[in-house]
Design a protein around this ligand. Structure first.
Ligand SMILES: CC(C)(COP(=O)(O)OP(=O)(O)OC[C@H]1O[C@@H](n2cnc3c(N)ncnc32)[C@H](O)[C@@H]1OP(=O)(O)O)[C@@H](O)C(=O)NCCC(=O)NCCS
Length: 442
């Protein structure tokens, strides 16, 4: 039986989630996911309620056998607000897997997301599985470097030109302003308002998977110049950084040695507190591509980011919402003020975009005509019933979200077709490759 959860289910859901979402091959339940579930459903979280979980029970035994929580939030695309639903803490008891339970749960979640007006669904999920429900990996998520600390010559903590100290409640304004200013470098972000900062700084349960340590970087005269956010425990054997930002006018490279010195001391302290080995390393995995860190520290090897799976139930409606951002992309490109048309088609969908003098005057669902003459070879054509570009699967989402350029998609998918130079120039202008960084409101 599939149904919406109530407060009476929370205790069972906490145990269930810790059990089912344990780390790969682990013998132990992951309590951090249980605590996070408790925060989300038990009334502590400022926007999520028990009723946001969908669960499945075995009618015979009454056992809880599958569940997922829908976390509603607002993200931005090029500064435009987009309503997003994040299915989280997805799981089915091992003995009940492969029977379509999560498929049924997702049908319910997608119906609820539509009722809430979400134009986008996003999951930081396990590989491949969610594709069958219409999701595509279309935003980078983390992938920053692993920085060895052992043999670095660093100032003793507190003796360099910058100090790192735990954030206090009255730092919320500075943290918010610093974080907000940094978002300008990204296409997609999740804005954190004052309520979110209050929750993050003081209201989460200790030991939740989402609980973080917030620090302020300051000068000896106590002038705040940056923020550092890290996990409050070792991550494997490293100290793990979630966010690092430095305000305008201050050199990141000057701050860097003191940050590393702080992280080394913190890693040693955590190792001693929890009797665990410290690998003398800081992980910046949570830092997404496009962050200034890339320009102050050369990591060995090529980083391979993880991903967000995205699902856009109505691409034309979504593009209509973000039209101001797309018009800005065009204005910032060599095609500023352009008039023209793009017809994009993919496996089961399509969209038409009409531009007049740099304004997007039409965004509408579109499909190639079935009665065009002859085989599609991707060659230039005057027939307006043919698409300007064809994308396999849902790979078009990778383009729309700045995750891959047209050329990268063509490289990855031999059957990605761009009909002519005009279409290519317009696609590049409207959908430039741009980094995104989503610190989801979970
Ligand atoms: C991944 C998981 C949630 C799937 O739950 P489930 O109830 O077995 O999923 P469903 O049966 O609804 O799956 C739908 C389809 O995908 C198939 N499938 C199941 N697990 C799969 C997997 N890991 N990868 C690919 N396909 C999978 C099913 O066989 C089914 O196929 P069908 O429609 O052809 O019959 C479950 O295996 C689980 O809880 N795993 C451990 C926790 C976890 O990884 N959660 C996800 C965190 S993001």
């Amino acid at each position: 039986m599939l149904r919406t959860a109530t407060l009476a289910d929370v205790e069972r859901l906490v145990t269930f989630t810790a059990d089912v979402l344990r780390f790969q091959d682990s013998q132990e339940p992951a309590e951090i996911f249980g605590r996070w579930t408790q925060d989300l459903l038990g009334g502590r979280h400022h926007r999520v309620r028990a009723q946001d979980a969908v669960l499945v029970e075995d009618r015979a035994s009454g056992a809880l056998v599958a569940s997922t929580i829908l976390i509603s939030q607002t993200w931005t695309y090029g500064g435009v607000l987009v309503s997003v639903g994040q299915p989280e803490l997805v799981g089915t008891l091992a003995a009940y897997r492969g029977r379509g339970l999560v498929r049924a749960v997702f049908e319910a979640i997608h119906a609820e997301a539509a009722a809430r007006g979400h134009q986008l669904l996003a999951i930081a999920g396990i590989p491949v599985f969610y594709r069958q429900f219409g999701y595509e990996p279309a935003l980078a998520r983390g992938g920053g470097p692993w920085v060895p600390l052992g043999d670095l010559e660093l100032p003793a903590p507190g003796t360099g030109p910058f100090r790192i100290r735990p954030a206090r409640a009255d730092d919320a304004g500075f943290l918010a302003a610093t974080h907000t200013a940094s978002r300008a470098r990204y296409l997609v972000t999740a804005p954190h308002d004052e309520r979110v900062w209050r929750y993050d700084l003081g209201e989460r349960s200790a030991g939740s998977a989402q609980s973080l340590a917030f620090c302020v970087i300051e000068t000896p005269a106590a002038r705040p110049v940056g923020m550092l956010v890290h996990l409050p425990v070792l991550w494997n054997t490293a100290v793990a950084v979630g966010e690092l930002e430095v305000i305008d006018g201050v050199s990141w490279r000057a701050v860097w040695p003191d940050v590393l010195a702080y992280l080394r001391a913190t890693g040693e302290a955590y190792a001693a507190r929890h009797a665990r080995p410290f690998g003398q390393a800081a992980s910046f995995w949570f830092i997404a591509p496009g962050h200034p860190l890339e320009r102050i520290y050369k990591a060995p090897g090529t980083p391979r980011p993880s991903w967000w799976y995205l699902r856009a139930p109505d691409v034309a409606a979504l593009l209509t919402t973000v039209r101001p951002a797309l018009e800005r992309h065009l204005a910032d490109s060599p095609l500023t003020g352009h008039s023209g048309e793009l017809r994009l088609a993919w496996d089961r969908g399509g969209v038409q975009l009409v531009l007049e003098g740099g304004r997007m005057v039409k965004v509408a669902p579109w499909a190639p005509a079935r009665d065009v003459l002859g085989q599609e070879s991707g060659a230039p054509s005057k027939d307006p019933r043919r698409p300007s570009a064809l994308f396999p699967g849902l790979s078009v989402l990778q383009l729309l979200f700045g995750f891959r350029s047209v050329e990268e998609l063509e490289h990855a998918f031999p059957d990605c077709v761009v009909r002519d130079q005009e279409a290519r120039a317009l696609l590049n202008a409207l959908f430039p490759r741009r980094p995104s960084d989503v610190w989801a409101l979970v």
